[in-house]
Design a protein around this ligand. Structure first.
Ligand code: HEM
Length: 105
């Protein structure tokens, strides 16, 4: 439906918010909840890694949106993607312990 052509400049933000900010974040939340828990407390070890992952992910999302929609420059965009990759690494570090390590079971 043809509305205003300027609306297309919002497409990168739309993709970033909906795909990374919503779908990926929902998936991470479900994974954090459902991955095998330890028998003893803390049931979900190294929770701080997940906290860092969520902070990095959201920082990354806003930097990517600033770099695309708000035209803050390619370095801002790049920094956003780096933050997002950092989020993946921290989330993987947390999940790895719950899937592989037998420590504390
Ligand atoms: C009211 C709800 C929504 C509206 C009105 C809407 C609208 C649009 C429009 C107009 C486009 C551009 C399509 C084109 O390139 O021709 C688009 C693309 C896209 N949307 Fe949405 N969208 C909605 C919900 C969502 C949701 C819920 C998600 C993800 C969970 C999403 C993810 C995407 C992605 C990834 C693209 C890029 C697809 C591509 O370029 O091939 N959107 N959306």
């Amino acid at each position: 439906m043809p509305l205003h052509p300027l609306l297309w400049s919002l497409l990168p933000a739309h993709i970033e918010f909906l795909l990374i900010g919503w779908i990926v974040q929902l998936t991470m939340g479900v994974a954090f909840w459902i991955l095998p828990r330890y028998w003893k407390r803390p049931r979900r070890p190294k929770k701080n890694y997940v906290l860092v992952a969520f902070v990095l992910l959201n920082l990354g999302i806003w930097l990517v949106v600033a770099g695309t929609t708000l035209r803050a420059g390619s370095w801002v965009f790049f920094a956003g993607r780096v933050a997002e990759v950092g989020a993946i690494l921290f989330f993987a570090l947390h999940s790895w312990r719950r899937v592989v390590s037998r420590e504390g079971v």
